[in-house]
Design a protein around this ligand. Sequence first.
Ligand code: C5P
Length: 224
Amino acid sequence: EGRAPLAGRRALVTAGPTHEPLDPVRYIANRSSGLQGYAIAEALADLGADVTLVSGPTQLRNPAGMAVIRCETARDMQAAVHALKQQDIAVCTAAVADWRPAAQATQKLKKQSRNDVPPPLALTANPDILAELSQSSPIRPQLVVGFAAETENVAQYAQAKLKRKQCDWIVANNVGANSDVMGGSENEVMLITSQTSDAWPRLSKTEVARKLAVAIADWFSRFL
Ligand code: C5P
């Protein structure tokens, strides 16, 4: 029996949404379930990688056989990622909120009367964890993989995103109306590199994860 293909490789996977608080009881969030990211973390661990899963708030159990770090906000996730030792592989599946409320009230924002003017919602930019990891030379992981959820022109936007963020691969999916991807159990993705774009058939998220883990193991066996 051969050695596990990713034995000795450290892999970081970010997963799930982030919650960005407005006050002690309210937050801004998104529909990410974390399913795809957790499946990728498990598939990498199955190939022998030493996996750290950094997860936003989800309903999912901690997968066995890996370190799991739970966080709430984008800034928490950024801090958790920065605290890790150098990784060989980073797969950023988390649906990190692009913006957070500019101010976080320490007390619940209260409506005093029915005709109160609603408070303004000012937003400020969150850190881009994928872009930071991709540009973290000299400690950059050898392979940095991002995700792109798009509703149209999927391949074209994904290529642009790859260049902008300087990651190596983008797994692009179409989350347009009726795709049932967000929160669903299936995914239909394209694997985009700077040179290639490969459309995969519609698969379960578990199968997408296995196929991606195998592609990652292949890349390491060919190039490193
Ligand atoms: O730019 P966009 O949000 O579409 O990019 C998606 C990719 O970037 C995903 O891989 C996601 O995990 C990552 N990302 C991130 N930090 C952000 C925003 C996105 O790591 N603040």
